[in-house]
Design a protein around this ligand. Structure first.
Ligand SMILES: O=c1ccn([C@@H]2O[C@H](COP(=O)(O)O)[C@@H](O)[C@H]2O)c(=O)[nH]1
Length: 243
């Protein structure tokens, strides 16, 4: 018996980087059933985003708080415990070992998944050097991913340019690879430097794609989201055919 087809909507997190709760509510309403997974980051998270995420989770949406925690262990652990109580499904922390261990403690046995941000998709090797790293994107992302997996982190945030290599070096399938920096062909990259199309990201083994401006800034966000979901669906079908 063949495995049931994956719902392409489960692969897409729409980043709700919007200026107000009202605009976020309007967008979610406009996107309707086309989008089932939402990411809430700094812009909304620092205002009404936590309560809104709690409401969306209660309404059946999958919620990812992209708060990128990094602080002393006690503060990280308590922050993660607080987010776990919202009913959200994913939370990011920076991929520093102390921070990741504290986050795993805070997660405890809850359903919250902790994602470790390796090297931001808006960074290239020059940015890594400027931040004081001796390594490059190609060495730092795998090193941080291996450390995260050993600590018991549930997923890695990286570019879809790196996913195939992460699986090749043994990051196990239970560790989800979550990839921002996704742009449909021809779309404006903005500040993203390690960019991949939705189709190529799925074919390269990304488990989830994070997409903001190509949908939120589109003249017709619902049409943009539908087009991306269709592209994901096509890539998933081509993978099934080629198995
Ligand atoms: O490495 C990272 C980690 C997080 N992000 C977040 O994803 C979205 C991407 O938005 P776009 O508008 O599609 O560029 C945004 O919320 C970032 O904070 C990331 O881009 N890269």
């Amino acid at each position: 018996m063949s495995a049931p087809a994956t719902d392409p909507r489960d692969k897409l997190f729409v980043a709700l980087d919007l200026p107000s709760l009202g605009e976020a509510e309007r967008l979610v309403s406009v996107l309707g059933d086309t989008v089932t997974h939402y990411k809430i980051g700094y812009r909304l998270g620092y205002s009404d985003g936590i309560g809104f995420g709690r409401e969306l989770a209660a309404s059946g949406k999958t919620i990812f708080f992209d708060l990128k925690l990094h602080d002393i262990d006690n503060t990280v652990r308590e922050g993660v415990e607080a987010i776990a109580r919202t009913g959200a499904h994913y939370l990011t922390v920076h991929a520093y070992p102390q921070t990741m261990r504290a986050a795993v403690q805070g997660r405890g046995g809850s359903a919250l998944k902790i994602l470790a941000v390796t090297i931001l998709t808006s960074w290239n090797d020059i940015d890594c050097a400027e931040a004081g790293y001796a390594g490059t994107v190609a060495t730092l992302v795998p090193a941080k991913a291996q450390q995260a997996a050993a600590i018991g982190i549930d997923g890695i945030v990286c570019s879809a340019q790196e996913t195939a290599n992460l699986r090749a070096i043994g990051i196990p399938p239970k560790v989800e690879l979550v990839t921002p920096g996704i742009r449909p062909a021809g779309a404006d990259g903005g500040d993203q430097k390690r960019v991949v199309t939705p189709e190529a990201a799925i074919r390269g083994g990304a488990d989830r794609l994070v997409i903001g401006r190509p949908i939120t800034a589109a003249a017709d966000p619902a049409a943009a989201a539908r087009e991306i979901v269709n592209a994901i669906d096509g890539a998933l079908r081509s993978l099934r055919v080629n198995v």
